[in-house]
Design a protein around this ligand. Structure first.
Ligand SMILES: *[C@@H]1O[C@H](CO)[C@@H](O)[C@H](O)[C@H]1NC(C)=O
Ligand SMILES: *[C@@H]1O[C@H](CO)[C@@H](O)[C@H](O)[C@H]1NC(C)=O
Ligand SMILES: *[C@@H]1O[C@H](CO)[C@@H](O)[C@H](O)[C@H]1NC(C)=O
Ligand SMILES: *[C@@H]1O[C@H](CO)[C@@H](O)[C@H](O)[C@H]1NC(C)=O
Ligand SMILES: *[C@@H]1O[C@H](CO)[C@@H](O)[C@H](O)[C@H]1NC(C)=O
Ligand SMILES: *[C@@H]1O[C@H](CO)[C@@H](O)[C@H](O)[C@H]1NC(C)=O
Ligand SMILES: *[C@@H]1O[C@H](CO)[C@@H](O)[C@H](O)[C@H]1NC(C)=O
Length: 795
């Protein structure tokens, strides 16, 4: 019966129509697979039918070959070039422009993009964040109301900066604010003239490093703020690089490269060296940055899970945030997707996780049996090889046994692959253990001609594109399984690799990146971390002249820009947004700026669905995305904020049972906790996390909890806010009052969330968390806070 319907549908769709334009191009078609009619047993059949249903050009004379089957007047099925089923749902096909146009309105089709390796479009993250750089006459535009961040100084604690890069040229850049006291610390490759109105300060901190580590001979360390690594140049330009037309990386992601706050000032504090970033140096950098008068500190450097009072980032950030009004934005680390992997989790740090944008650099693996698996690559050369199948081998079968490389060969560690067996082949490597670009080098050195990197289970479908030295495609876990199975079962497995350049308007986006560090926080279950997610996959930004884009010494390429992925790339986006908000609202505290970013964040992707987690393909949860994805234009007008004082944090630390001595390490002033009697969730944070401990004897019973919050109006008008909510599953919430009236800017109103829940049946030591939210609105603005409720069963 299904077959019959299918047949009817095909027949119905073969009505020819007059169309103009017969020149074919390759188009990449994104499809919403959820809309597949059940009559089609496979996606491929559905796609094929969709393409065949497109009308045929009226002038087929241009087609040199006669149509072999006059009854099949639809498009030759051969024109369905690829079927994508992992990161990308859809297909590519050779179509005329009118056919592509017709496809755009076909049900189930999300986007139709012409496959052009070097197409013109912008570098995209400002647009993806909704930042429009329009004329100043548009009052509701954050870039113009913030004057693009002019007058705000962002301290970048990183690997230094390449001051000669065009992104840091001074054209049109106003003077730094008069309070600015920074210096330009000269040194090798960094003359005192390196600083200007864009790069207003530069220092380096190597004392701790030099004391702790003897740099390796031949290390690239230069004792000056000069960036020999590239990371610091990349993050600084993401925050505040000036606009550069025609930027690209080897032809990928062509467009205008610009920082999020292109008129903000940068002050560089070099804390990272070839042997690492040392806490003592970091703390010194925090000190200097605050003393110099920085407004924002951006830190794409992580620490391990350390109690707040033993973590110099946390300590440095506390003073910056509380005593000096400096917002500290830091990356949540790249150790996801496991739980409790987030770093930089102190409640006074804005913790930033990473998500994708609507751009990808797609590449395909075609197995000889016809299977096409889509992946990603920044390899800039030709396809491998369009007219010949190449032998495919699994790296685990190539180990130089005599050298004992059995365990490292699957990961393609350099020297682990036997050249005699690798020569002339495409090698399947596992992701992990060694840097991805180094795997390519290992394969190349052993004589391999191409490489496929397959995700491991925990990486899920999250794919990170790299500028490999040989033709290489990275594929997700499920595609990897298919390749493994193909190699195992085929007598002579063979393959082709093809590269498709840059695609934009990719859906769904954003998607939470697999690698992004996740909560719950190792230091406090009462604070949801990360706070926010922002673009951190495939980000184009400035690069240093002193190293290659892969950072491999054997790679002789030098590029003005580079495409990188990591929470290191996400953090500077939020630092840039904070700079814009600070410029637009100089009177806002760092807690207010963070609150504005968090309460206006969104939790839906560009298909209107809940954010997806790349690692599972399932709905993302708050331990992964926090309050959601940053939305700077909304954050500029949050209506209400959850502000915080130093005393609030002191109470939080007391209520979390930190000792007075430990608290003093953080706050630097004596505290007396004996009169504090609240709970840690009373901290006036823009999100809420409650945890209850169930004594082992009572898996029955009820929990009744009252959570206090105070909202502050940031608008000078009368406004009435009403509340809505979604209760975490199994939890009852009542919000009192359910209406708040504000008459002026700065006015505060308190409310309580009365939470009740039954005990949950859990094994000893186990926990369970459910999430909901509360949301205040005046009809225009929305002030949303996720609410987490965790049951924990004692041993
Ligand atoms: C980068 O290096 C090249 C040659 O090594 C040089 O010509 C160019 O000026 C350098 N660019 C910058 C921005 O320093
Ligand atoms: C490093 O280089 C110095 C001088 O070139 C040499 O004396 C020293 O032995 C080298 N150290 C190592 C560990 O190779
Ligand atoms: C290749 O490796 C797999 C997994 O380790 C093994 O099952 C298979 O037998 C090996 N194939 C050859 C030809 O050695
Ligand atoms: C994703 O969701 C499916 C269906 O609900 C479930 O079976 C699977 O375990 C989930 N995967 C992960 C990694 O949570
Ligand atoms: C702090 O210690 C007190 C007394 O032992 C205990 O009742 C309370 O639950 C603890 N608070 C936290 C957040 O662990
Ligand atoms: C803290 O305050 C309590 C009550 O006011 C007082 O008894 C106690 O001595 C104080 N502790 C310290 C260390 O000052
Ligand atoms: C919470 O708010 C209620 C009512 O506004 C107040 O009575 C109570 O003291 C507050 N609790 C804390 C710990 O601030």
């Amino acid at each position: 019966m299904d077959n019959q319907n299918f047949f009817l549908l095909l027949a119905f769709s073969l009505v020819p129509a007059l169309v103009l334009g017969t020149r074919n191009h390759v188009y990449i078609v994104r499809v919403d697979n959820d809309l597949k009619p059940s009559v089609f047993p496979t996606f491929k059949l559905w796609y094929t039918s969709t393409v065949r249903s497109l009308s045929v050009p009226s002038t087929t004379a241009l087609d040199p070959k006669p149509n072999p089957n006059p009854n099949r007047r639809g498009i030759n099925s051969k024109r369905l070039l690829h079927v994508y089923g992992t990161v990308f749902h859809g297909f590519s096909a050779s179509l005329t422009a009118p056919q592509a146009h017709a496809l755009r309105t076909t049900p189930g089709v999300l986007s139709v993009i012409q496959d052009r390796p070097r197409q013109l479009h912008t570098t995209r993250t400002p647009q993806f964040l909704g930042l429009v750089s329009g004329p100043a006459s548009q009052p509701n535009n954050l870039i113009s109301s913030a004057n693009a961040g002019a007058g705000v100084v962002v301290a970048v604690l990183d690997t230094g900066i390449d001051p000669g890069h065009r992104s840091f040229s001074v054209a049109g850049q106003p003077n730094p604010p008069s309070k600015w006291k920074g210096i330009c610390q000269a040194g090798p490759s960094f003359p005192a003239t390196s600083c200007n109105n864009k790069l207003v300060g530069a220092r380096f901190f190597a004392t701790g490093y030099q004391a702790g580590v003897t740099p390796k001979n031949g290390s690239s360390d230069i004792l000056s703020p000069y960036d020999t690594n590239g990371h610091g140049t990349h993050t600084a330009s993401t925050i505040a690089g000036g606009p550069i037309d025609g930027a690209s990386f080897l032809g990928f992601a062509t467009g205008v490269a610009t920082g999020i706050a292109p008129q903000a000032h940068i002050a560089v504090y070099k804390i990272c060296w070839s042997g690492g970033c040392f806490e003592s140096d970091m703390l010194a950098a925090f000190d200097s940055a605050v003393a110099d008068g920085a407004d924002i500190i951006s830190l794409s450097v992580g620490g391990g899970p350390t109690p707040y009072h033993l973590d110099s980032i946390s300590i440095g950030a506390f003073s910056a945030f509380n005593f000096h009004g400096v917002l500290v934005s830091a990356s949540s680390g790249n150790d996801g997707p496991g739980e409790m992997t987030a770093t930089n989790i102190a409640p006074w740090i804005t913790t930033v996780g990473a998500s994708t944008i609507d751009r990808c650099f797609s590449a395909d693996v075609t197995l000889r049996d016809g299977t096409v698996l889509s992946g990603a690559s920044l390899y800039s050369g030709k396809d491998l090889s369009p007219d010949k199948w190449l032998p495919l081998v699994y790296a685990g079968n190539l180990s130089s046994l005599r050298l004992g490389f059995r365990s490292t060969a699957p990961f393609c560690m350099r020297g682990s692959l036997e050249p005699a067996a690798t020569q002339g082949k495409v090698v399947l490597c596992e992701r992990g253990v060694v840097p991805r670009v180094e795997k390519g080098l290992a394969v190349k050195e052993a004589g391999g001609v191409g490489m496929i990197i397959s995700n491991e289970f925990l990486d899920g479908e999250g794919i990170l594109p790299d500028a490999h030295l040989l033709p290489a495609v990275e594929i997700g876990y499920s595609a990897g399984k298919i390749v493994h199975e193909y190699i195992r079962t085929e007598a002579s497995p063979s393959v082709r690799l093809s590269f498709h350049g840059t695609q934009i308007e990719v859906k769904p986006a954003p998607v939470v990146a697999s690698f992004s560090g996740r909560g719950p926080s190792t230091q406090s279950a009462y604070i949801i971390k990360p706070d926010i997610v922002a673009p951190g996959v495939g980000i184009l930004a400035a690069w240093t002249n002193s190293t290659s884009p892969t950072e491999l010494s054997l790679d002789e390429r030098r590029t003005e820009f580079n495409i990188m992925s990591g929470t290191s790339m996400a953090c500077p986006h939020v630092s840039g947004i904070a700079a814009l908000l600070k410029a637009a609202h100089p009177d806002w505290s760092p807690a207010s700026i963070r609150s504005a970013i968090m309460t206006t964040a969104y939790v839906n992707d560009n298909l209107g669905r809940d954010l997806i987690d790349e690692s599972s393909g399932n709905r993302s949860i708050e331990w992964a995305h926090g309050s959601g994805h940053a939305d700077p234009e909304k954050a500029a007008d949050p209506g209400l904020v959850y502000d915080l004082s130093t005393e609030d944090y002191t109470n939080f630390l007391c209520n979390s049972n930190y000792t007075e001595l430990d608290i003093r390490t953080i706050t630097r002033t004596a505290v007396n906790c004996s009169q504090k009697s609240g709970m840690p969730w009373d901290l006036n944070y823009p999100s809420i996390s409650i945890m209850v401990n169930q004594p082992v004897a009572t898996s029955a019973g009820n929990f009744e909890i009252v959570v206090n919050r105070t909202l502050t109006s940031v608008r000078d008008t009368h406004s009435t806010y009403t509340v809505s909510m979604k209760e975490p599953s199994g939890v009852h919430m009542v919000i009192v009052p359910d209406k708040l009236v504000f008459n002026r800017k700065g006015e505060k109103q308190q409310f309580v969330v009365k939470v009740s829940a039954h005990a949950a049946p859990l094994k000893a030591g186990a926990s369970q968390t459910e999430f909901g939210y509360i949301s205040w609105t005046d009809g225009v603005r929305r002030v949303r806070s996720p609410v987490g409720f965790t049951w924990h069963q004692s041993f």
